[in-house]
Design a protein around this ligand. Structure first.
Ligand SMILES: [Fe+2]
Length: 242
């Protein structure tokens, strides 16, 4: 397996990983302007980018996903429910992206947005168990995703609680977490500046995961919603229309 994490604008984190033996890679949460970095890194790894995934339609930065996909001839992928006005490859919960020895399984994880997904990644050369999960804006290091960007924050905070409890906290404690943002982002409150963690460590020390009761979680999350991102309406309109 090869794996690259790119720290980019607006405290965003993007990813390129795949199987060097099969020469296949996936790019995740590409920010506009970074497309050439992905092309160069894939070439260094002697790999072709077969899938470009956005973990959700972003509200805080312009996506470079579609542009990269067209540059390299890859499928541009979003969850099937993504409300965008252009054709894309729709991902379903449980789908797998086959990259050779590396398998990325799609987890539908609504809460931050309705179309949020995570990618649970296994390297068959290392073992049959999943090794890490790319969590987008669902779970950060030290924080959880904000639930309000599409309105209905009470309902969405409840969806996020169900997602975290059922889909992420049920993963083994040693599974690593690679989130979509680090400290400085407006997509959650209280994010760490460390760009990775594990399920086990976050279970113990992430304030959002230490609240056992759903109603208390919803109350706490809604009470600490950060300021709305600058230019949110323009960014969402651009990412929806492509
Ligand atoms: Fe987001």
């Amino acid at each position: 397996m090869f794996f690259k994490q790119l720290s980019t604008v607006d405290s965003s984190l993007s990813y390129l990983f795949g199987c060097g033996t099969a020469g296949k890679a996936v790019a995740v949460d590409v920010v506009a302007g970074d497309e050439d970095w992905f092309v160069a890194e894939a070439a260094k790894a002697k790999s072709r980018i077969t899938h470009v995934v956005d973990t959700h339609v972003h509200a805080d930065h312009y996506s470079g996903g579609r542009k990269l996909a067209s540059l390299v001839g890859a499928d541009y992928c979003l969850h099937k429910n993504a409300a965008v006005r252009f054709p894309f490859h729709g991902l379903h919960d449980g789908d797998t992206l086959d990259l050779g020895n590396v398998i990325a399984k799609v987890l539908h994880t609504p809460g931050h947005t309705l179309d949020s997904i995570c990618l649970l990644v296994t390297d068959k050369r290392r073992g049959e168990a999943p090794w890490f999960v790319v969590t987008g804006d669902t779970l950060f290091v030290g924080a959880v995703g904000r639930p309000d960007l599409a309105g209905r924050e009470q309902e969405m905070a409840g969806r996020l609680y169900e997602t975290l409890q059922r889909k992420l906290l049920t993963l083994p404690d040693d599974v690593e977490i690679f989130p979509g943002h680090q400290a400085g982002s407006v997509c959650g409150a209280g994010l760490s500046g460390k760009p990775s963690s594990t399920i086990g460590f976050e279970k113990r020390f992430n304030p959002g995961l230490r609240i056992a009761a759903k109603d208390e979680f919803v109350r706490a999350l809604v009470a600490q919603i950060p300021a709305r991102p600058a230019d949110i309406d323009r960014i969402v309109a651009a990412n929806v229309s492509g």
